[in-house]
Design a protein around this ligand. Structure first.
Ligand code: HEM
Length: 508
């Protein structure tokens, strides 16, 4: 440790002591916060959690049993209010939507990638967020655009099936997650840039995004910011990664800009550009002028990367869990196959509109979201002004965390919640479930209220369509000596610890 480091540490501890005594929420006396585990001076519950050496969500599961539907954890300088019950989640996100719609501050490393919160997911509730989100929904998610871009999904899925066929003939089995990730990532890249690029470049973009997710995951200085000077190397590493991201994506932005400026002349960019002008998300960002920000290349790359990042892992995770159950339960798979064949025939092709005519498929996907919500918490929220919930104060500088996975495990909401039973969405306790949470909250894979995932319909379409096509074309069976293992682990989403591998047999 250098002298400067020792000095910084000493100053940091001094600052913490003063902060704890005079300004901290939990240290400075009673403030009618929700109850919570007693913490240590200065660091609160932070090291109690770290020392348990198990995923945070297991800690929260145990605390919920002890402290009930709303509780506080003091993680260093960060105050977390954790909300777990259906009633309180509905009250906060839906009934008091605007009040609970903001986001807490970003860590210094996250700020590098969000260029100072210029991203839909991290912007505070206000004019910038509104303009970015409105543009995203109008340009990417509206039904006309979804229809206009359906050829992208058709192209990507034909390629997906060929890749699966090659992989099974080479290895004797296929890896589900890696293939689904790649295909969804290629769809989102094409939706964003209007470009068909090589598999090698898609893989590079995917791997940069993965590195960004890893480096932006919470680290010690996020909870004890005074320790930031001791983590200079991480910040340096993050800046280097951001540079790589920019260097890799700027050429795509410039090629698209040249294509748009030349009125769609394919020669303008030796063109990989395949979507007509206006059909790519990035086209709208060239001319967007949100209040208080100018969108340069760095901001555009942040906005496009958030779209690709937010949509890839979430959807691929759901597909892997769905296929796990179809591999383990051939009866469910055959029932789905029969539904598909009854709709389009053995040799037919499933279109996007066919998907809406397949209720059992919809039930399987909903049951997958229930039994394996891709994220166990939605993103961190914060309140726009100090307020109250469940009789407790919620201060505006607290991180408000909604532990939505508990809803799907709650035996008072679901019969045999641990069982995978798609039928519950056709005739059982899932029939009336509203995935947007507006009419009440029983499961919330996409959040609810103002910050609900703006692409939930697109994400669901990708999953439904890919699952239907994969089951229509192949019978999925376990590898005899290597059966699937449903153990979970925690990456950006909650994924299978041992990624699913399966044998596929052509149906025709
Ligand atoms: C199965 C697929 C998906 C799941 C489970 C999912 C889930 C979520 C969740 C839980 C949130 C946070 C909501 C909150 O904080 O209240 C979110 C936000 C978001 N998602 Fe998704 N998502 C999916 C697909 C997608 C796709 C395909 C895209 C882009 C094309 C996308 C873009 C976003 C964005 C931009 C936000 C931030 C919204 C805001 O802060 O206003 N998501 N998503």
């Amino acid at each position: 440790m250098e002298v400067m480091d020792i000095l910084s540490l000493g100053l940091a501890i001094l600052f913490l002591l003063v902060w704890w005594k005079y300004w901290s929420i939990t240290g400075g006396g009673k403030k009618n916060l929700p109850p919570g585990p007693p913490g240590w001076p200065l660091v609160g519950n932070l090291f109690q959690v770290i020392l348990q050496r198990r995923p945070f969500i297991y800690v929260v599961r145990d605390l919920r049993k002890k402290y009930g539907p709303i509780f506080t954890m003091q993680m260093g300088q960060r105050t977390l209010v954790i909300i777990t019950s259906s009633e309180l989640i509905h009250e906060a996100l839906v009934q008091n939507g605007p009040l609970f719609a903001s986001r807490p501050p970003d860590s210094p490393i996250r700020l590098i990638f969000s260029v100072g919160k210029c991203a839909i997911n991290s912007a505070e509730y206000g004019p910038l967020w509104r303009a970015l989100r409105r543009n995203f929904v109008t340009e990417l998610i509206n039904p006309t655009r979804i229809k206009q871009c359906s050829w992208i999904r058709k192209w990507a899925m034909e390629y997906h099936m060929k890749r699966l066929e090659n992989e099974v003939s080479e290895n004797g089995f296929v890896e589900v997650m890696a293939n689904c990730r790649l295909t969804i990532c290629s769809i989102l890249i094409c939706l964003c840039f209007g470009a068909k690029i090589s598999e090698e470049r898609i893989k590079k973009i995917e791997s940069i995004l993965k590195d960004v997710m890893l480096i932006t995951a919470p680290q010690l200085p996020d909870f004890l910011p005074v320790l930031t000077p001791l983590f200079r190397s991480q910040v340096k590493q993050a800046k280097k990664l951001r540079q790589t991201q920019l260097e890799y994506l700027i050429p795509l932005v410039r090629d698209r800009k040249a294509f748009v400026d030349s009125n769609g002349d394919p020669k303008s960019s030796e063109s990989e550009m395949v979507s007509p002008i206006g059909a790519a998300y990035v086209d709208s960002l060239f001319s967007l002028e949100p209040p208080g920000r100018k969108l340069g290349e760095a901001e555009i790359i942040t906005l496009v990367s958030e779209t690709i990042g937010a949509g890839t892992d979430t959807s691929a995770t759901a597909l892997e869990w769905a296929l796990l159950h179809l591999v383990m339960n051939q009866e469910i798979q055959e029932k789905l196959y029969k539904e598909i064949v009854d709709c389009v025939g053995k040799n037919g092709s499933i279109s996007e509109s066919d998907v809406e005519k397949l209720p059992y498929l919809g039930a399987i996907v909903k049951e997958t979201f229930r039994r394996h919500p891709p994220s166990h918490f939605i993103l961190s929220h914060s309140v726009t002004n100090d307020t109250q919930l469940g009789g407790y104060n919620i201060p505006s500088d607290a991180y408000v965390e909604f532990y939505t996975a508990w809803l799907t495990e709650d035996p008072s909401l679901w019969k045999d919640p641990g069982e995978f039973r798609p039928e519950r969405f056709l005739t059982g306790d899932g029939v009336d479930v509203d995935l947007t949470g507006m009419r009440g909250v029983k499961m919330l894979p996409f959040g609810a209220g103002r910050r609900i995932c703006p692409a939930w319909s697109l994400g669901t379409l990708h999953i439904n369509l890919m699952l239907a096509k994969m089951v229509h074309k192949f019978k999925w069976i376990p590898i005899p000596d290597n059966p699937p293992d449903p153990t979970e682990t925690f990456a950006f989403t909650v994924v299978m610890k041992n990624p699913l591998k399966a044998i596929i047999l052509p149906r025709i």
